[in-house]
Design a protein. Sequence first.
Length: 276
Amino acid sequence: MEIIKKIILVWVAIFFTTIEAKAQKDFCVNPVMSFQGGERLSFRVYYNMGALWINAGNVVFSINNEIIDNHKVYHVIGDGKTAKSYDLFFKVDDRYQTYIDEETMLPYKFIRKVNEGGFKIDNTVVFDQKKKKAVSDTSVFTIPKNTQDVLSAIYFARNIDYSKYKPGDKIPFNMFLDNKVYPLYVKYIGKEKIKTKMGEYNAIKLVPLLIDGTIFKGGEKMVIWITDDNNHVPLRVSSPILVGSIKVDLLNYENLKHPFSSVIAKTSEKDGDTEY
């Protein structure tokens, strides 16, 4: 399984929330509150098999305002690459793209291009949300109402008002990936402070219930922290996997829609991890 897909699955399993049919409808018509075209987020991926965390790679997410087939869309791109020290052993160059309808916040098209050590995937899915169909390169699939793809789900979820939930609330959702619909749910834990190499932040804490049989262990062992402000930017993801564990930390951000007001204290650049 591709590295960037694993990382995105981590975030999706935690971020994407659609509580009930009425809530799904409300979320779809809400104006975009948490992001805008021009935003760029950079993350560092760490892998651990013992006491040492190793820099495994980098992921960058960017947003552009575009028009596709007369639809105003957010063109979201996720690029994942291995760290330079890993390129000689196993070079990874992955790109995921989604085109999200600005009015419905639902995906119109999803594209995945993967190149990992010579193993390549080139896949496109076009969604017809009104007919509840997903058309891939190989077949046509029936999907539930308001189905997201693996990348659009992150941005859809960032628009959610988490203040409406109380600790312990479980929120189900559906996601289309690899020609399958995955039913999952996420639990809202509450608010807390978190420290990363970038600094200390007020954060919202979320935990998903994962399904056994993926790269992740089943149960509620994965945790994510997002900024407790109007941006809902992911700060850290931490999770055990089948062998070892991973940690994904925010490294840099550009052109946020709102002030980064969740910051309590920011680490100086010379003390932080600024390698790309």
